[in-house]
Design a protein around this ligand. Structure first.
Ligand code: GRF
Length: 185
């Protein structure tokens, strides 16, 4: 069973829901975001863990991990979750936290990956699904899909194409990992 971490629009959460993956919990670090509305529309339990309500990042992450464990989450998918996870969280789900990122990591980690790829003039970028560690997009790569940049393409157009790739790649990797983890448990 899958728990999804979100901070924003939640189009990747929607793709996971649309692929009928067993999403049992959605946690956000930001209240009122569209991703939470998507969870509600799909009748998936959700909870908000705003940092300001906790004494530290460790305390917040530990509370969030406990809630996901209560919901029987086996695999955690970061889908537009815009904060680093501390070891207080990662230790609770060893090797079972993944993220989707719009570049061919290790190229262009962090924010504005698409804009920076365009500025750098690279011919190819893409999408990476990787394991999460406590760095910025530094965990082991699981799968990547290359996307060739069209000459004179705008950041908006490229972002749309990358999102479409994310919405196929993330559900397929999540399903495979879930099946592998069920198979080995
Ligand atoms: C995606 O582009 C993802 O690669 C990045 O954040 C964005 C989230 O979009 N990590 P959404 O909230 O899933 O629509």
């Amino acid at each position: 069973m899958i728990g999804v971490l979100v901070s924003g629009s939640g189009s990747n959460l929607q793709a996971l829901l649309d692929h009928d993956l067993p999403i049992v919990a959605v946690a956000s670090n930001v209240a009122g975001v569209r991703a939470l509305q998507r969870a509600e529309a799909a009748a998936v339990p959700s909870a908000v863990f705003e940092l300001s309500r906790f004494g530290s990042r460790d305390e917040r992450d530990s509370a969030m991990a406990s809630w996901l464990v209560e919901q029987r989450v086996q695999l955690v998918v970061c889908a537009g979750y815009m904060q680093l996870l501390t070891s207080a969280f990662l230790e609770r789900f060893p090797g079972r936290v993944i993220n989707v990122h719009p570049s061919l990591l290790p190229a262009f980690p962090g924010m504005l990956a698409v804009e920076r790829a365009l500025e750098a003039g690279v011919e190819k970028t893409g999408v990476t699904v990787h394991y999460v560690d406590d760095g910025v997009d530094t965990g082991e790569v699981i799968e990547q899909v290359e996307v060739t940049i069209d000459p004179h393409e705008t950041a908006e157009a490229l972002l749309d194409r990358l999102h479409a790739v994310e919405h196929r790649l993330l559900p397929s990797v999540a399903l495979r990992l879930l099946e592998e983890s069920i198979g080995s448990s």
